[in-house]
Write a protein that binds this ligand. Sequence first.
Ligand code: GLY
Ligand code: MN
Ligand code: MN
Length: 437
Amino acid sequence: MPQSHAKRYPEHLHRVRASADRALEEAGFDHLLVGAGIEKFSFLDDRPYPFRPNPHFKHWLPLTAHPGCWIAYTPGRRPVLVYVQPDDFWHLPPEAPEGYWAEHFDIRIVRNARDAAQHLPTGRCAVVAEADAAIPGVTPNNPERLLARLHWDRATKSEYEIGLMREANARAVKGHAAARRAFSEGGSELEIHRAYLAATGHSDHDLPYQSIVGLNEHGAVLHYQHHRADKPGTSRSLLIDAGADVGGYCADITRTWGNGDERFQALVDAVDSEQRALVDGVRPGRDYAQLHLECHQRLGGVLERLGIVRMAPHDQVEAGITTRFFPHGLGHFIGLQVHDVGGHLAGPEGGLRERPADHPFLRLTRPLEAGHAVTIEPGIYFIDSFLADLAAGPHKDVVDWGLVDELKPFGGVRIEDDVVCTEAAPENLSRDAFAAL
Ligand code: GLY
Ligand code: MN
Ligand code: MN
């Protein structure tokens, strides 16, 4: 870990504590207990699923592979870390706790996760953890009001968090470059995926999400989940949506590559250009839901300019045509989780900030503030079921079906970057990382 993380961490922890102070006061609790979570096993088996820590736990410190641990925080006191270090000859136990964060905690080592309870306060406790993390005397209650405050505050990143996300992006773009090479050499989806893993140094299990590696028509499947080992006869296009993790913080990047076809390249370039313009809209005070609606206008413009739809963008949006080519949201908060929580909160006390009508998949409706980290990920796809809707609907004749048939074998285009809203120009973590490669 670079020195900069160590330097920035105290200010980060100060913010986490201040947020916890507010949350406890507002929700009427004296102590905050945060459980890392437990390892889970396959049914009738001793094979564990990959461990995914409670994001609230890794907000406090960069421990991501430590089931059974707990943090206990009482305002005004040094936070307690109950650190489970089992005496286990079957598995490698976690190393002794150390790192830039360690001096800020009162660390209690236990050999058995159930012993953690002895080190946790009792009384009016907010216990933030999954239900199955319960230990005798400590039952998760996840108070709604308290979580609303924590989730609201968490959207604004500290310099420490942004530093980790910069690194996560640097890690991910190495993978994207390797994936592009593997694609240009005619690799299968599995080979491309492996090239990505090798270049990032990730295993499948520690990726922040399962990479989407779609050749040709698979680019049209929004969350395409396979990595096929066979090579298609021709590799026309690659849509790769793949991230990386550093210190518990995520990158989430998508690139689409063609293989020389001019029409498809024109589509990629047009989406890329609109994506850059939308990134520039990541400014304090900007309503993200409005930016999503702007994205529809812009993509309607692309569809019209390229001759795919013969209708003015505004009318396309009114008629719901753009939603047939761009059926997902413009993006989401990102940080400790790829889809970071709190995107629909009306305020720190909770409540819902509604999505615009007819945009059910938009994950973020809040006005942007300096320090928010979001993705910007417009796309245009050729999805059979939506094309069938269009062909059966009243606007069938405005679509150039010949051109759609030409483009359909390429699947679709998505371009996705991770962007930090600042008081000045937005910081594009992903493009900056590509530029530094
Ligand atoms: N990788 C999932 C997403 O872009 O939201
Ligand atoms: Mn995303
Ligand atoms: Mn993505």
